[in-house]
Design a binder for this molecule. Sequence first.
Ligand code: IPM
Ligand code: MG
Length: 357
Amino acid sequence: MELNIALLRGDGIGPEIVDSAAAVLEKTASEFGHRIYFTPYLIGGAAINAVGKPLPQETVDGCLASDSVLLGAVGGPEWDDLPGDRRPEKALLGIRAALGLYTNLRPAKLYPSLRSASPLRDEIVGSGFDIMIVRELTGGIYFGERGYREGRFGREAFDTEAYSVTEIERIGRIAFETAMKRGRRLCSIDKANVLETSRLWRKTMHTIAEEYPEVEYSDMFVDNAAMQLVRCPGQFDVIVTSNMFGDILSDETSQITGSIGMLASASLGEGKRGMYEPIHGSAPDIAGQDKANPIAAILSGAMMLRYSFGLSEEAERIEKAVDKVLEEGWRTADIIGNSEGAPLTCTKMTEKIIEVI
Ligand code: IPM
Ligand code: MG
């Protein structure tokens, strides 16, 4: 198979981890007789510095012409004072919208070998957890009308949350289908006791639930969900939620696995093309020091093989290599906990994984 992949390295640790993931993909492709071509494009702060805008048209066109996209991370203190529409983060929203990627899959499981890195006590973690967050990615308050106006207390800023039945239905169906392939339990998270959008969300989810009698469906308010995730994470299988709630809950979920440096994500639309990225940010404090954990990016590469190219065996080869390296006790600084020995650099961790592949 021939794979044309756009690389959006971005800012901070983005370039290091994307290069790691690309190296792992290249090794895997060659092991299985595939040909893989990478084309880098500018995004985020790096693009602002080079061409004056966070999402150049060339990047959008390049991604649209590729089979799939691998992204590092965007943003950093250097660009924090720019107005909202010129910030690096705007590029991320822009590329998600331009590629029509309305589904964001964020799997979070506890690796037995990283048990000690989780901040949760043994009796809470129980036999572990394996959660898939299905986050709506191109709607809600992230994309609603925003601006400034005169309000009751003078000039005010506003952002709007809006969801149509169509948007809720399409993400809902993906979530039910995802649940069917896993533990057949789905929890939809909203704030239907306050928000009109959430009431429509809940009503629409209930309608779809009737089509999936095999799925054990439940609803939960987002405040309660934030609590339940740290009280008893094992109760969740698949979670479906709006753009902003998904953003917040996925960070919380990643932290209880031990490290945000471990979690991959897939952003998908109607076609095969997706965008794959770690859920962590650009970590400017450790950028360029070869300290970053490349595993989230590497596992994002595995998700790409599975979801965009249907190469499950290849994806598993990568996932198993990561498991093995962790079981052997190799750790980057973020997951070292109180293990003995010095942490591996980003480069060394990548080499270890490639060796196993
Ligand atoms: C994420 C990030 C982004 C988001 C930011 C950087 C715009 O936090 O992918 O979770 O909020 O979607
Ligand atoms: Mg986030």
